[in-house]
Design a protein around this ligand. Sequence first.
Ligand code: BES
Ligand code: MN
Ligand code: ZN
Length: 482
Amino acid sequence: MEIDYAADPGAVEPGILAYAVFDPVVDPPLAPEVRELVAPEEIRGDSGQTVVVHTGPGRRVVLAGAGRRADADADSLRDAAAAVARLRAAAEIAWVLDDTLPLTPAEQARAVVDGLVLGGYDPGKWKTTGERRALPERLVLVGGDEAAAAAARRAERVAAAANRARDLSNRPPNDLTPARLADRAAELAGAHATVTSEALGPDEIEALGMGAFAAVGRASRQPPRLIVLRHEPPDPVDGIVLGLVGKAITFDTGGISLKSRDGMEDMKGDMSGGGAVIEGLGVIAELGIPVRTLAVVAAAENAIGGDAFRPGDILTAMNGTTIEVVDTDAEGRLVLADALWYARMHGATHLVDFATLTGAIERALGDLYSGVMGNDDAWRDRVVAAGNASGDHAWPLPLHRRYRRLIDSSFADVKNLSARALAVPLYAASFLEEFVGEGPWAHIDLAGPAFLRVSRGDYLSQQGGTGYGVRLIAELAEGLAR
Ligand code: BES
Ligand code: MN
Ligand code: ZN
């Protein structure tokens, strides 16, 4: 999407001139030409509603409802812009910025781009009939300046990366195998001079001593991959290697602790954390952010077969910790155990993992917020703040050392399921903590917001992958570069 700015609406010749209308509607923001053509009661600020006004030959104004004025924030503008994108009425959109809002022009520009690019996403890539939806080709920020345009251009790259992560989440599990996910990582390395990629197969995973990761991937005909991506900028900030770790279960059957059939098709999205990490590193490189970054993605299919790992098995992770398997459906923490340790051993100073780890986090926080836990409150809060500033809503949860006791095993160092069905996301985090080594680590359980079973009704209205995590990663890395 090409992005420009213009001083006033008269200076642009767009397909559409759009702006957000809040409730209660105030006068102006309505251009005089609109006021003559629409009755005041036709204009309402209801979020997601649009009114299209034909103001002249080939000239239309779209009034995009943005909800209550008292609640005006970046999300209101994202919703309004998404409604305009969904009209698909023109390839060029001029968006009128509003100086009465509590958001700077740059913040507004950024939110509008999020709404247009994420809201305009089309998940129906496998449909053979009907027309596929295209995103707008050009955006003119009316009343904007160079700073607003720069913010919008950056946001456009990040949102496009989030849409690529959605493509990965939505690709069916018979297509997106661990090896194909590794192909995407290799493609990024080919596209950016600062990026290199590696993909280790089952023999190398075993040889590294990754007994937990290897066990999960063993029953599938599709062999696992440990995907390692590095971004080495020419002039990096000192003393920081951002370690991004992702769970990428390309399909989670639950293994021998088989899942029930309802909604099992959504388990193609169990690689969304890994997808976000891969596209997140890609956009860090694309934006030239001077932070050394190491991404480690554990990609495997949790399948069933004669060679499947079983409840009762005791596995030895790369760091030497022994794990009693109680439930083969608690596989995410097993693959992350080895990926986290690997990232730390390869120099990550600040770790964050992204994982669709527990259904319980979705029951607790719904499809809007991820839950963030960690071993260092300052780092966890930084991750949470980056999420909220970027549009990827995140909420902190406690991780007290006393949670550790419920993953004590009678036979091994730990077990992969807590003894009681309490605080499931926290016990999972408590398990992961055994494998993070020394230094700050945060764990993002994104099982709620990463993959939507049903539309959320906001700018991310499409079923399936949301690209959750990509915007957070870009924001976090930019913060570290400052
Ligand atoms: N991939 C699932 C978690 C999940 C559930 C993601 C729903 C997205 C939507 C994970 O591997 C899993 O099966 N977790 C178990 C953990 C339990 C066995 C402790 C769960 O949530 O039931
Ligand atoms: Mn599972
Ligand atoms: Zn899973």
